[in-house]
Design a protein around this ligand. Structure first.
Ligand code: FAD
Ligand code: UDP
Length: 371
């Protein structure tokens, strides 16, 4: 007996923001049938949240804070959620003392035990800095902005723990993500829109994927089912090297083990996230979910992050070796005109949530011209 293949216009691999935005747009605007295949047993990609056994809303793959300057992205996502205003705050624990992060006037004053006025900060930092001729890596970038002492305290060891590489081995773009301020602004981000989805990310995704033209297949690696499906176009958001069976070699991603713990007290720490910047502390940071989601409860759940090279792919490691291999894989993708490669894993790019939503909307607009 010959088995009938399942028929779809589009197959999308991965139900993170890249896959979900495209599934929503294709089904809603183009009125096409979409099969969304996800290897995990849930939608929402790395932004997935759920209530733990203590009734606390937790982020399974580490704290996810939404922020954007794009009114297009904010307006689009507002179709699927209400929002709660939230401005993220982070403290760094260095030698057992807490400092505001990103580095600002308060951090600098406390660290050097001086009281600088705002208009004195730039000159003070300039004096801390050596002349750097070329910015070749993250260390060059940071040292040229704030000098060796602040770099050694707040960047060097934290980055080593996070990436398994020192800032000197990483592209300048990695540490450039973190601003450096001469004022007292202790918010982690300064974006125009800083909100969390009122009911969480999973609820937002559920609404985004509710169109009956979207079928969702959970718990399946696409390679195990794709031969039984006929489709016009494939949208792939999984790891780029995996798509090609690693035949040019492996791209390196950093993984993280998330260790969650519930405490029978209302509050655990001074701010939503505390970065432990010393190397002698084995984890990178502790997040306290209630302080991010705004939930009220008698107990609190925290998450410690232990970075490692083993485990699921989370962070593309942006160094010279990987960028070279990426170039070769990208060249190969050109022969697959019927496949769109998009997302943090498929493009090997350090996208934030809003950036990948913007990218997916752009890719959709291009796609819509062809259908
Ligand atoms: P993903 O969310 O990773 O989705 C890809 C999906 O594809 C996954 O669900 C995966 O299971 C699935 N998949 C992979 N391979 C296969 C396969 N073979 N078959 C089927 N399915 C497959 N961004 C922010 O804006 N703010 C933050 O605070 C923030 N914090 C972060 C914290 C951590 C620890 C991490 C790792 C990321 C964080 N991000 C944050 C980034 C954010 O997670 C990404 O921008 C976003 O998840 C990218 O969406 P995506 O769809 O490209 O990838
Ligand atoms: N970083 C650091 N110390 C800190 C915070 C960040 O050295 O206290 C470095 C680290 O290398 C990190 C990068 O700056 O990967 C960018 O920080 P961001 O918060 O954007 O990283 P994310 O956790 O979002 O990947």
């Amino acid at each position: 007996m010959v088995l009938q293949k399942m028929k779809y216009d589009f197959v999308i691999v991965g139900a993170g923001f890249a896959g979900a935005v495209l599934a929503e747009r294709i089904s809603e605007v183009l009125k096409k049938r979409v099969l969304l295949i996800e290897k995990r047993d849930h939608i929402c990609g790395n932004c997935y949240d759920e209530y733990d056994e203590y009734g606390i809303l937790i982020h399974k793959y580490g704290p996810h804070i939404f922020h954007t300057n794009s009114s297009t992205v904010f307006k689009y996502l507002s179709n699927f959620t209400e929002w709660r205003k939230y401005e993220h705050k982070v403290l760094a624990k260095y030698n057992n003392e807490l400092f505001p992060i990103p580095i600002n006037r308060l951090t600098i004053s406390k660290f050097f035990n001086i009281n600088l006025a705002e208009n004195e900060v730039e000159l003070f930092l300039k004096k801390q800095c050596e002349q750097t001729q070329k910015i070749d890596n993250s260390e060059d970038y940071v040292v040229s902005r704030i000098g060796q002492k602040l770099f050694d305290a707040f960047y060097k060891e934290y980055t080593y723990k996070q990436w398994g590489k020192y800032p000197a081995e990483l592209s300048a773009s990695v540490c450039r993500r973190l601003p450096i301020r001469s004022n007292d602004d202790s918010r982690y981000f300064t974006d125009k829109f800083q909100y969390m989805p009122a009911e969480g990310f999973s609820s937002l995704f559920k609404s985004m994927l509710s169109n009956p033209k979207i079928d969702i297949m959970l718990g399946k690696d696409y390679k195990s089912v794709i031969e039984n499906i006929s489709y016009k176009k494939l949208i792939y958001t999984g790891p780029l090297d995996y798509y090609f069976d690693y035949n040019l070699g492996k791209l390196n991603y950093r993984s993280i083990e998330f260790v969650l713990q519930n405490y029978k007290k209302v509050s655990f720490q001074e701010s939503p996230v505390v970065n432990y910047v010393n190397k002698y502390v084995p984890f990178t940071r502790i997040s306290e979910f209630k302080k991010i989601t705004g939930q009220f409860a008698d107990t609190t759940t925290i998450c410690k992050e232990f970075a490692s090279n083993k485990g699921e792919e989370y962070y593309p490691i942006i160094d010279a070796e990987n960028l070279q291999l990426l170039k070769k894989y990208k060249k190969k993708t050109r022969r697959f005109a019927n496949t769109i490669f998009i997302g943090r894993l498929a493009e090997f790019k350090y996208y934030n949530m809003d950036q990948i939503v913007a990218r997916a909307l752009k890719v959709f607009n291009h796609l819509a011209e062809q259908f």
